[in-house]
Design a protein around this ligand. Sequence first.
Ligand code: GRF
Length: 197
Amino acid sequence: MSRVPTAVLMSGGGSNMDALLQAAATPGYPADIRLVVSNRPDAGGLAKARSRGVEAVVVDHRPFGANREAFEAALQDVLAARGIGFIALAGFMRILTPGFVSLWRGRMINIHPSLLPRFKGLDTHARALAAGDAEHGCTVHWVTPELDDGEIIAQARVPVLQDDDAHRLAARVLAEEHKLYRTALAAAVRSLTAAAP
Ligand code: GRF
């Protein structure tokens, strides 16, 4: 089976991206992660990607102002020029328009730090604590136009401990994200290639 040319889109430290790059360097991994894109020039993940020998490109959203379509057209140009066939969002902090999402429907996944459908959006760890939840975790899902709403691929759970604060809870969830995302990306890409004619 040929490996699927894959891009990781991120905006920050890129620890999930780095976990995916490590996985993609192991024999038999179905995603060939050949590109990392950040919408922020100061994203720490850019240097991490380059240090692993992976091309890392900035498509800065700011020059486009409120014109999301123009930003996404620039992003699409970068992806198309590298023959990308699959996208893993990993801490990519831009809302994507329905047009871009439909272009990548069935070929784009995201990781979210909560047990969806609980706590869509931001501040998930503080919200899980405020709700008194006994359990929290992370979800990898297909991306659909509705935020954090697509079909779930995989989840990992952590118990909420008595002395947790949002920071400690986030760190334990993040460690699970790194393990979950590598297996979920592999499963998603394999499901795609299995379905291909
Ligand atoms: C992760 O918790 C991810 O689930 C969320 O943003 C965080 C990104 O962390 N969407 P990193 O950049 O992968 O370290």
